[in-house]
Design a binder for this molecule. Structure first.
Ligand SMILES: NC(=O)c1ccc[n+]([C@@H]2O[C@H](COP(=O)([O-])OP(=O)(O)OC[C@H]3O[C@@H](n4cnc5c(N)ncnc54)[C@H](OP(=O)(O)O)[C@@H]3O)[C@@H](O)[C@H]2O)c1
Length: 339
């Protein structure tokens, strides 16, 4: 940061991108912008790492237009780890010099920058055992996996409860790789899908059986050992995606599909299942990040029970490369940007 002028380097865009041909990386611009200031209940962080999620790129594409972004120019990325350099009024739990991991609000964004302002309620202390990059991978992907498994699928991470058969699609991706590890902390039998190059990787994460999604058995989501799934954590991106008719025959009597990329048609199918009292349910999940859940994930990493697998690291000066990689959709684990 140029202390005299209080400006910082950031990567931003000033219009919705994309169209049918996808996003244009060149629409992102490097700029010198004012360092934000911490207001009530906020902390100002000097960034150590940020991670990108497909959601960041979808915001640029205009999926939540006109609500997100709230204004242009917009600095994307919401998952960050950094050092506290200032605290706003009302912040008692953090002080200058503390290392934290935080999730930023999508309306304001701010992660692809040297400094960012986070809410104290969505900031969690980062212990030295957890690196900044590992911590930065956690918020959106880790919290989504956590919420899907614990709150929607009823898996208890202390291993108690009756055994559940769980299918995790796109187990090699950001959400999926956390989901496999978290599921195996519970009393579960995990079937997972991924591409051929990642079969071994997903087995090493703890999956009991792994299917290549490009084979007929993988596309049919059929458990090699004949399991019927009590819950599917459906992380595979893509539209229109896997239809209900593919899930249905693989579900146990009260099986649920937890769909983390819900489209309007998914919402309709979900409502129809509810209205017709179907035992098999389709549950759309939109993450509501909670500080206490993030704390739990950080603790699991500290205890060595969960790890962030890093697909690649990119300097902020080349964050467009990271952005292009997210759009490409073939990450193994998390894509990290470092200032
Ligand atoms: N609802 C929410 O609040 C929420 C939160 C987080 C994420 N999401 C959404 O969830 C989706 C996944 O997010 P992510 O961060 O995990 O994405 P990601 O890291 O970009 O996922 C990429 C991975 O998915 C694999 N993959 C793609 N299609 C697949 C398929 N049909 N079957 C099996 N594996 C497949 C790819 O494997 P290959 O390279 O081998 O193809 C790659 O390893 C995105 O659509 C994202 O927007 C929603």
């Amino acid at each position: 940061m140029d202390m005299a002028r209080k400006v910082m380097h950031a990567l931003q865009y000033d219009s919705y991108g994309g169209g049918a041909s996808g996003l244009k990386v060149m629409e992102m611009k490097h700029a010198e912008v004012p360092v934000p200031s911490a207001k009530k209940d906020e902390v100002l962080l000097k960034l150590e790492a940020a991670s990108l999620n497909p959601y960041d790129c979808k915001i640029q594409k205009g999926v939540a237009r006109p609500f997100l972004p709230r204004s242009f120019p917009y600095i994307p990325a919401l998952d960050i780890a950094g050092e506290v350099v200032a605290v706003g009024p009302g912040v008692e739990d953090f002080k200058t010099g503390d290392k934290v991991v935080a999730v930023l609000g999508a309306s304001s964004g701010g992660g692809l920058a040297e400094f960012a302002v986070a809410k104290k309620s969505l900031s969690v202390a980062r212990p030295p055992e957890v690196s900044a990059a590992e911590a930065a991978g956690l918020p959106i992907a880790g919290l989504t996996a956590y919420e899907a498994l614990t709150k929607c699928a009823g898996v208890q991470l202390d291993g108690s409860g009756i055994q559940k058969n769980i299918l995790i699609t796109a187990a090699s991706g950001g959400v999926g790789h956390y989901a496999v590890q978290l599921a195996k902390l519970g009393n579960t039998y995990v079937t997972a899908t991924c591409g051929a190059r990642n079969l071994e990787f997903v087995r090493d994460l703890g999956a009991d059986e792994v299917l290549d999604y490009k084979t007929p058995e993988g596309a049919a989501l059929k458990s090699p050992s004949g399991k019927k799934y009590d819950a599917v954590i459906h992380c595979a991106p893509g539209s229109p995606g896997i239809p209900w008719s593919t899930f249905e025959p693989n579900l146990s009597e009260n099986g649920k599909v937890i769909h983390i990329s819900p489209s309007p048609s998914i919402m309709i199918t979900s409502a129809v299942k509810k209205l017709t009292f179907s035992k098999k349910q389709l549950i759309p999940l939109l993450l509501t990040p909670k500080g206490e859940d993030l704390k739990c994930l950080v603790n699991l990493v500290k205890e060595g029970k969960l790890k962030t697998v890093i697909d690649s690291k990119h300097p902020l000066s080349k964050a467009e490369d990271a952005w292009a990689k997210v759009i490409d959709g073939h990450a193994t684990g998390k894509i990290i940007v470092e200032p």
